[in-house]
Ligand binder design. Structure first.
Ligand code: NDP
Length: 404
């Protein structure tokens, strides 16, 4: 018997709830709670119609520890899957410690008034989770999440030493809108407009946004302009795999997207500094979020697919080897199964899989851990069964330019 609470009823919350409901033998009781209860109810009604499974719903404002504590006391879950926004991570972790609930999320903590994401805040909970005999699994979406598992799988099976890692993230889909983001617009725009960073020879090298570009070929999609960004899993992966000399993250952006983004920035709409508007303070980026398409609504006409993977170079038995492991996920498949688009799907399926690993005892221990610290084999088996199969390419040209 394993009760879970899912917090957050956006695109990712929808997919997570669907996938947990599909595995009702392990997730015997599912509660979906969020700030707006009607969104939970609508997802629950779809799950009932599509899968015949009943899930419970509830309301919580997860900015307030006391409300989360009351939610956990009412439902007594073994684990909470946090797929609200990164701003809520610490409040939910605090509530877990107060009530003895294990924790899993898909994005690391960010303070709302500073566009800065790093693991230090959550890693600082390690001893407290250990003392409480609880486990917190951090960053268990696709990237971060599956990318960490792919890296751990490569290290376990194919390398004596990994030297170069490039995580490559392509959304080869078309949603038919002039401009929309694939997950929460506020979080997404904050992430990509920051300076980038990559790991090289033991230190971080800072880059300007969109300073480095490579045109990379993605399986079944073709060539796409890919830009170097900082992404949170780099921080934990270089710590857990110290043989890496270089670790970078690349994401594709189309010209149309970049033009819109430039205008949004130039006119100040990407700012998180509050401005006065008709007698009240508003944050331009939050207002922009309110007028952009809801990422959860993009699914129906979304064509094409995503392709995310790890390209790794290193040494095995004294020889230089290369390895590319990736998943391609068609947006339509995601929509047909869960009424959500591919980016929500590729996040929600791994979140369910991480929770499944924990509840079935495949992933255990106490403290605060990132996905690459666990056994990758059972996770990859389950994530493929759940809808995200993976593919491998050995010893082919990885196409990556190295700057040393
Ligand atoms: P959405 O904005 O679509 O959904 C967020 C949900 O969280 C909404 O239901 C929202 O409620 C709810 N929420 C926000 N604030 C609170 C609060 N204070 N208390 C309770 N609920 C709250 O986002 P997505 O579903 O697209 O993304 C969810 C998470 O997944 C984000 O943290 C995102 O960073 C992460 N993510 C991770 C990826 C990965 O690969 N690792 C990739 C994509 C996303 P309301 O409707 O009332 O606003």
């Amino acid at each position: 018997m394993s009760k879970i609470v899912i917090i957050g009823a956006g695109g990712v919350g929808r997919v997570t709830a669907y996938k947990c409901a599909e595995n009702a033998d392990v997730f015997t009781e599912i509660v979906l709670a969020s700030r707006t209860k009607s969104k939970c109810e609508s997802i629950a009604a779809d799950i009932k119609e599509d899968l015949g499974v009943t899930i419970k719903t509830d309301q919580v404002d997860a900015d307030h520890v006391d409300q989360i504590v009351a939610l956990f006391k009412k439902h007594q879950p073994k684990l909470v899957i946090n797929v609200a926004l990164p701003y809520q991570d610490l409040a939910i972790m605090d509530a877990c410690l107060l009530t003895g609930v294990n924790y899993l999320d898909t994005a690391n903590y960010e303070p709302i008034d500073e566009a800065k994401f790093e693991y230090s805040w959550q890693w600082a909970y390690k001893e407290r989770f250990e003392k409480a005999g609880l486990l917190a699994i951090l960053g268990c979406g696709f990237d971060p999440g599956v990318t960490g598992v792919y890296t751990a799988y490569a290290a376990k099976h194919y390398f004596d030493e990994m030297h170069y890692l490039d995580i490559v993230d392509c959304n080869g889909g078309d949603h038919g809108k002039a401009f929309a983001t694939n997950f929460n617009p506020e979080i997404n725009i904050r992430e990509i407009t920051q300076n980038g960073r990559y790991w090289k020879n033991g230190q971080w090298v800072e880059t300007k946004p969109f300073e480095f570009r490579q045109d990379l070929k993605y399986p079944n999609i073709g060539e796409r302009a890919s830009y170097l960004l900082f992404h949170e899993e780099l921080e934990s992966i270089v710590k857990n795999f110290p043989t890496l000399k270089q670790a970078r993250f690349w994401m594709t952006f189309g010209q149309e997207y970049l033009t819109h983004l430039r205008v949004i920035q130039n006119i100040g709409m990407a700012s998180i500094e509050p401005v006065m508007y008709e007698g009240r303070e508003i944050v331009p980026l939050q207002f922009l979020k309110a007028v952009l398409p809801d990422p959860g609504s993009l699914g129906e006409n979304y064509e094409g697919e995503t392709s995310i993977g790890c390209r790794i170079r290193g040494i095995k038995d004294g020889k230089e080897v290369t390895y590319y492991i990736y998943n391609n996920c068609p947006h339509q498949q995601a929509y047909n199964e869960t009424r959500a688009q591919g980016v929500s799907y590729t996040t929600g399926v791994p979140a369910m899989t991480g929770a499944y690993m924990f509840l079935t005892g495949e992933w255990g221990g106490t403290g605060v851990k990132n996905t690459e610290e666990f056994n990758p084999d059972p996770f990859l088996k389950k994530v493929a069964e759940a809808g995200l199969p993976w593919h491998e390419v050995h010893n082919q040209d990885l196409e990556m330019k190295y700057y040393d």
